[in-house]
Ligand binder design. Structure first.
Ligand code: PEP
Ligand code: MG
Length: 852
């Protein structure tokens, strides 16, 4: 029986090769060989063999080299378990010596053979002997004289002649590549890409296909799709008389692949080889179930396939490729759904900086709302509105935003703030509007009086200067790099449908206005999970009405202000119900942190004084009297509802009147009470809401159906969910406030030190971004369990910003929640993540893990 050494294995269709022992490249080459593609002879060295080589224990090099015949010329390439982990660069032309060069001269011509030998001497000197590349600076371009000089330079530097034995050359190459993998730089680099500390390296030794010589010779890469769009297009590069990836080097005079009016092509030069390559790439797609890039060499017109690697692709191309693979029956739809990282959809939903564009990064803040936009910087909401009126794109720059800035935010193309974290005002509004937003950019000097931004490198940008805000990466860039447009095309829609077909948990949207609601529908939300009613009052006229109500001194004044607001609210709800017809709409009663609604500047105070017909000094005094030390823990949510009951009564009336007025499919509104911390709060509000429902029923003669629930966003509400649930049809966890209160961490100020905290490993992630499963998650589990125990069938959901986060959705799904709700622009990401979670769970159930 033939002795088989599993560590040094010729790659044949039957050889025992796996990605886990020999690496991805070796496994892929075996697949190509099984497809009968013209792959040059290859031998795979296992992780174990390479490990031993690093410590000086060489395999039998003589017999290894003998496999490649009388005139052995080889290349060695890395083969790690995951191609992303990198590895040492390939070494080509190993085996070239005076003797082999002479033999090759007869076969492929002297010029080509000399050129191969020269290339090898140079790369061996630099990468194996580790000599200074400068030593070859003065060589002639090519020819025997260049080779002779290179050999002399080598001998001078090393005090030894250039090695002539192919086995010795190969041994040195293998040792050098094995040691490079074990070096600290390479290890840290691959660990940063997720490789385990002990990740192995395999190597493949392949017979050289030269790409130089007589007839049609050259090398290149070919793929059947465009890397940016994923649409069918034969693309790649081919360079005559070249090797490796020389065709891809900048400045290479590479040919087009397919016939092209712009210049000569491979198809013109070698039509049969071109047709062969296309056919090979098509077969690879089917057999490897992936869109592949073919790395090839032509030797005297004959095609050699050296490797196949998955096509590098943008997020949008990834969706198109996965969907087309499923549509053509190559992979099941479920696999297409599983192949796309949910967050990569952001690239399809928003404009992005073109990945090929140069980026002049000025500063980095918190990436608060994805997408990118360029514009002239402006420092006030009024200036933003003026820019918009002139039809000019602008970026609103503020220390932080407040409701007074909302019209400016609407008018701007992007927002940049000095303060704030992921749940700050600017961040929440930005995500709702799909507006790129970077917050907490505290490295920039915000000189609001002189209307300047001082960048960390000393550059100063003044009002009117052009910047780009990239909310996907959190960076602020100089100028306006080119952009890639969003692409919600048929492939995207198909992927969403397929994800929905598997999904188990519901996905709703946080939507406050009719425009938001339309977006929610467009993105496939199954209803509104959170309508923040105070956001309906950010509009200038309405803000004044709202302030009048807050400032009212007497019940009579308040009633007058509320009478003004009621019809506005009713109209808002009517429109929302009409847009969302057939779907649930959950309306949260007023939850204004009062400070967000108080005027902050003289103009605001004067406007309010005019509206209230009071002297400015009175208004100023009352604003001061209403100021709270800790507004986020002050007169918010249900506390306002209990202290000033007329507000919630007005809102309940507006909701019911709107619901009964909508024709067609009956609307069942959901009313949600915010910031509850005690059962009695719910009891009191519930009684009043019931009374309003009865009144509207009497007045209109129409049945009023609704569901009343509680927003669980204080730790106490989660702990006491058992006594709150009997009064609630649903509990919706508001994880923004719940995170703030569980950590005792201000959501508006956390941005200042969050990155230092994450860097120091105090928190693994920003808990406002990634749900803190250990702490806040435990409160969610306690709340859910106690709530459901007290009231079986209780609807459970999460409506904080975490609702759009794939990891949080997995948690909610596991905890048996009915739905999550997130801003409309994140709904597609959430739908895909939820589909994947269900598919993975099913696969797990079908294949339970081995217990032994
Ligand atoms: C929350 O606290 O999680 C929430 C959704 O409400 P808001 O962000 O409006 O406080
Ligand atoms: Mg809240």
């Amino acid at each position: 029986m033939q002795h088989v050494n599993p560590d040094v294995t010729p790659i044949t269709p039957e050889a025992n090769i796996s990605g886990a022992t020999h690496g991805g490249r070796a496994k892929c080459l075996q697949r190509l060989i099984r497809m009968d593609l013209p792959v040059p002879d290859t031998v795979a060295l296992s992780f174990g063999a390479v490990n031993r080589i690093a410590s000086g224990d060489m395999p039998d090099l003589k017999s290894l080299v003998a496999r490649f015949g009388e005139c052995p010329v080889m290349c060695v390439r890395p083969s790690s378990a995951d191609p992303d982990w990198g590895g040492p660069g390939a070494m080509l032309n190993i085996g070239l010596s005076d003797a082999t060069c002479a033999v090759l001269s007869d076969k492929i011509g002297e010029a080509a053979a000399t050129s191969l030998y020269l290339r090898f001497v140079q790369s061996y000197a630099i990468h194996v002997a580790r000599l200074d590349p400068d030593m070859f600076d003065d060589l002639p371009d090519a020819g025997t004289e260049a080779l002779a000089q290179a050999l002399r330079a080598y001998e001078r530097e090393t005090e030894e002649p250039f090695p002539q034995d192919p086995a010795l050359q190969l041994g040195e190459v293998l040792r050098s590549m094995a040691r490079a993998w074990g070096g600290t730089t390479a290890r840290l680099l691959r660990e940063s890409k997720g490789a385990p500390a002990d990740a192995g390296l395999g190597l493949v030794v392949q017979r050289m296909a030269f790409g130089l010589g007589r007839g049609v010779c050259g090398s290149g890469v070919l793929q059947l799709v465009n890397s940016q769009t994923g649409l069918p297009l034969v693309t790649g590069r081919y360079l005559s008389q070249s090797q490796g990836r020389e065709a891809l080097e900048p400045g290479a005079e590479a040919l087009f692949l397919g016939a092209d009016p712009r210049g000569p092509s491979l198809e013109d030069a070698a039509p049969e080889a071109f047709a062969d390559l296309i056919a090979s790439a098509e077969r690879m797609r089917v057999r490897l179930r992936e869109e592949m890039q073919v790395e090839f060499t032509l030797q005297n017109g004959a095609v050699h396939i050296l490797d196949g690697v998955p096509v590098v692709r943008s997020g949008r191309a990834a969706v198109r490729i996965a969907v087309e693979l499923a549509r053509t029956g190559i992979i099941p739809r479920e696999e297409a759904v599983l192949r796309i990282p949910p967050r990569s959809l952001n690239e399809l939903l928003h404009r992005q900086v073109d990945p090929k564009a140069a980026r002049d990064v000025l500063a980095i803040g918190v990436a608060a709302s994805p997408g990118a936009a360029s514009g002239a910087i402006v420092f006030t909401a009024a200036a933003a509105q003026a820019s918009a009126a002139r039809g000019e794109a602008c970026i609103l720059v503020r220390r932080e935003t407040s409701p007074e800035d909302v019209r400016g935010v609407h008018a701007a193309s992007a927002v940049l703030t000095e303060r704030g974290g992921l749940t700050s005002h600017a961040a929440v509004i930005g995500r709702g509007l799909g507006l790129p937003c970077v917050v907490g950019a505290s490295d920039i000097g915000f000189m609001l009086h002189s209307k300047e931004l001082r960048m960390p490198d000393g550059r100063v940008f003044r009002e009117g200067d052009i910047l780009t805000v990239d909310g996907s990466t959190g960076s602020v860039l100089a100028g306006c790099p080119s952009m890639v447009e969003p692409a919600m095309d048929d492939a995207f829609l198909a992927l969403m449908d397929w994800a929905d077909a598997s999904r188990e948990i519901g996905i709703r949207a946080n939507a406050d206005t009719p425009a938001d609601a339309r977006l929610a529908r467009k993105f496939g939300a199954e209803g509104i999970g959170l309508c923040r009613t105070e956001h309906m009052f950010f509009d200038a006229e309405r803000l004044t009405a709202m302030r009048e109500m807050i400032f009212a001194n007497t019940a009579e004044d308040r009633r007058a202000a509320l009478d003004l607001i009621l019809p506005m609210q009713r109209a808002d709800f009517q429109e929302l119900f009409e847009i969302m017809v057939g779907l649930p709409v959950c309306i949260r009663l007023f939850d204004p942190p009062l400070h967000e609604f108080l005027p902050t500047d003289r103009v605001g105070l004067r406007d309010l004084a005019e509206a209230l017909d009071l002297p400015l000094s009175d208004v100023t005094r009352r604003v001061e009297a209403l100021a709270e030390y800790n507004p986020m823990l002050g007169m918010r949510g249900v506390r306002l509802g209990i202290t000033v009951p007329e507000i919630y009564e007005m809102q309940a009336r507006a909701i019911f009147e709107a619901a009964v007025s909508v024709t067609g499919e009956a609307v069942v509104p959901e009313i949600m009470i915010p910031l509850v911390s005690a059962r009695r709060e719910v009891e009191l509000v519930k009684t009043r809401v019931e009374a309003v429902a009865a009144a509207v029923q009497m007045e209109t003669g129409r049945t009023v159906n609704y569901r009343l629930g509680v927003m669980v966003e204080t730790p106490r509400a989660a702990l006491r969910a058992g006594e709150i649930a009997p009064y609630s049809d649903f509990l919706s966890f508001g994880t923004n406030d719940l995170t703030q209160m569980t950590y005792g961490l201000s959501r508006d100020d956390a941005g200042r030190f969050m990155s230092a905290y994450v860097k120091a490993g105090v928190y693994p992630e920003d808990p406002f971004h990634t749900l803190d499963i250990d702490g806040v998650g435990e409160l969610l589990e306690i709340g859910a369990a106690r709530g459901r125990e007290a009231r079986p069938g209780l609807t459970l959901s999460l409506c904080g910003e975490h609702g759009g986060n794939p990891e949080s959705i997995a948690f909610c799904s596991e905890a048996g929640f009915d739905y999550v709700s997130c801003s409309s622009f994140r709904v597609p990401v959430a739908r895909l993540a939820a589909g994947q979670i269900a598919l993975k769970k099913r696969a797990f159930l079908e294949k339970p893990p081995q217990t032994q």
